[in-house]
Write a protein that binds this ligand. Structure first.
Ligand code: AMP
Ligand code: DBH
Length: 538
């Protein structure tokens, strides 16, 4: 297993040497930030979770206890783990522990179900599963039993004390086993891709590259030891982990305030109670927050910065953020694959409202390309391709797909259509990848189409985006089927395969045929146009 993890697609030597020489890659493990805080300010609050306050010393003690017990049980370098935990302090304790012990995790989202978890497990072949008994997939042991090669499953809310995560995290009685992280140039964990392919892809992230993006995000966003960041979107998401995210907060010694969802009813009281000053949101949540803030009743005066990213953000809405919340807006355009852009404090207000920022690093190489792969001038839309000190060089175990996802010079084709301004700021104006961005949650059309086609009556299927005033986009499945198929059957069929709820089509249309392009592929552009057109009155 060890060899397999090391043999991810690396940066070429000359680029790696440059990134080291320029101080981007510092050779430190990703768990270093929180560990350093545990020494420097042990009593400072690292995490507020419900009524619990976890100091940096406690975070480190729990993580070290789990790392030691896992090491004693024979886990370490070369092993992988599948983790699925909710927005609770344990998520961070476990992540820190796995980093310390050199065990490489995939952190699945809470919304993921059987289909996604199975796809991840098949790719990483985990020896360790860490999950929550209250999650529908982990209530019984069926899923664990389906993972070939699993050696241990630990659970939050476990009935069996030997498998109880809380016990494994308990510093009392922890062994003095030795353990250490993987080398900094190797994979620290796998990030999840929003994807556009049939199977969800995994992104190997090294300590060196990820730590660099976190450090610079901290600097750009002004995270300090006084920062109190509300984490209300899924904690494992790349945005909430690194832009600047929880790892950014831990790097600076601030406090992560956890929320179970981004709803104003949940978040506003937490902001008032804990004097939250920074919050990362997606545009659909901002819309809800603006509406709720207009009604008054909550003290949001502590808010100083709102980060907004993950999906298209209308300029008119962006302009309301400072007006309504009295705080600074930071637009962020990032991807789990690497490249992250931010608007900066020194940017003119017009730039902050109308662009999605510019790259973190002077060594982020950005190309904007026409359909033939030729660079277009600034101001002209084109596909964003990029490489740099924290942009990955290949999906895990996906050589065929990597040939298409990268150009011969190692630039990752993001599938996003952007306009670059002479200042380097990017505006996201569209997409060429076959994906639906449902309020920041990405749906790979191919993945759902493949599941639909497993139904015996479904002959053809296409999943396309339709505009939505709240989420930006929703999904519509257009299906050509044999007689007798009802839309409820389609929904049931998908649910039976165990997919995340956000991937269920919002609309289902039965059609007698799908429009085709001249080369005979489904003409999704035409489908989108037809579906977006107002329905003629009967
Ligand atoms: P993922 O692959 O799941 O990490 O999602 C990354 C993708 O989210 C990007 O490639 C964009 O398509 C989209 N995205 C992220 N931030 C923004 C933003 N600020 N505006 C528009 N799209 C965004
Ligand atoms: O949508 C994303 O994936 C995203 C958005 C903002 C991201 O990965 C990030 C910042 O790092």
């Amino acid at each position: 297993m060890t060899r397999d993890l090391v043999a991810f697609t690396r940066w070429p030597d000359h680029l790696a040497a440059r990134y080291r020489a320029r101080g981007y890659w510092q050779g430190l493990p990703l768990c270093h930030g929180a560990e350093a805080q545990a020494k420097a300010r042990p009593d400072a609050a690292a995490i507020l979770c419900g009524r619990r306050r976890i100091s940096y010393a406690q975070l480190d003690a729990h993580a070290s206890a789990l790392a030691a017990r896992l090491a004693q049980a024979g886990f370490g370098r070369g092993d992988t783990a599948l983790v699925q935990l909710p927005n609770k302090a344990e998520f961070y304790m476990v992540f820190q522990a796995l980093l310390k012990a050199g065990i490489v995790p995939v952190n699945a989202l809470w919304s993921h179900r059987q289909a996604e978890l199975t796809a991840y497990a098949e790719q990483i072949r985990p020896r360790l599963l860490i999950a929550d008994r209250t999650h529908p997939v982990h209530g019984g042991d069926r899923f664990a039993a389906s993972c070939g090669g699993l050696a241990l499953a630990l659970h939050l809310n476990a009935a069996d004390p030997r498998r109880d995560l809380a016990h494994w995290l308990d510093p009392r009685g922890a062994p003095a086993a030795s353990y250490r992280p993987t080398p900094a140039e190797e994979v620290a964990f796998f990030q999840l891709s929003g994807g556009s392919t049939g199977t969800p892809k995994l992104i190997p992230r090294t300590h060196d590259d990820y730590a660099y993006s976190v450090r610079e995000s901290v600097r750009i966003c002004g995270v300090t030891g006084d920062t109190r960041m509300l984490v209300a979107l899924p904690a494992p998401h790349n945005y909430l982990m690194s832009s600047p995210g929880s790892l950014g907060v831990f790097e600076a010694g601030g406090t992560v305030v956890l929320a179970s969802a981004p709803d104003p009813q949940i978040c506003f009281p937490l902001i008032a109670e804990h004097r939250v000053d920074m919050v990362p949101l997606v545009p659909s949540a901002v819309a809800l927050w603006l509406e709720a803030a207009g009604k008054g009743g909550h003290d949001l005066a502590s808010l100083r910065s709102m980060l907004v990213g993950g999906a298209a953000f209308a300029e008119a809405t962006a302009r309301k953020v400072p007006q309504v919340f009295g705080c600074r807006l930071i637009q962020v355009f990032g991807m789990a694959e690497g490249l992250v852009n931010y608007t900066r404090p020194e940017d003119p207000p017009g730039t902050v409202f109308s662009t999605q920022g510019r790259p973190i690093s002077p060594d982020d190489e950005v190309r904007v390309l026409d359909p033939e792969g030729r660079p277009v001038p600034d101001g002209t839309p084109g596909e964003l391709a990029t490489r740099g000190p924290y942009t990955f060089r290949g999906y895990y175990r996906a050589p065929g797909h990597n040939l298409r996802a990268f150009d011969p010079e190692g630039f990752y084709r993001s599938g996003d259509v952007v306009v670059r301004h002479p200042s380097g700021h990017l505006q996201v104006v569209g997409r060429v990848k076959d994906q639906i961005n449902r309020g920041g949650e990405k749906i790979a059309a191919e993945e759902i189409e493949a599941l639909l086609l497993r139904h015996p009556l479904i002959r053809q299927a296409a999943l396309v985006a339709v505009p939505d005033p709240v989420l930006g986009e929703r999904s519509c499945a257009v299906i050509v089927a044999g007689d007798g198929l009802r839309t409820v059957d389609v929904r049931r069929h998908l649910m039976a395969q165990g997919i995340a709820e956000y991937k269920l089509p919002d609309r289902i249309r039965l059609a007698s045929s799908l429009p085709l392009t001249p080369v005979g592929k489904t003409d999704k552009k035409r489908l989108r146009e037809e579906l977006a057109a107002p329905v003629p009155a009967p």
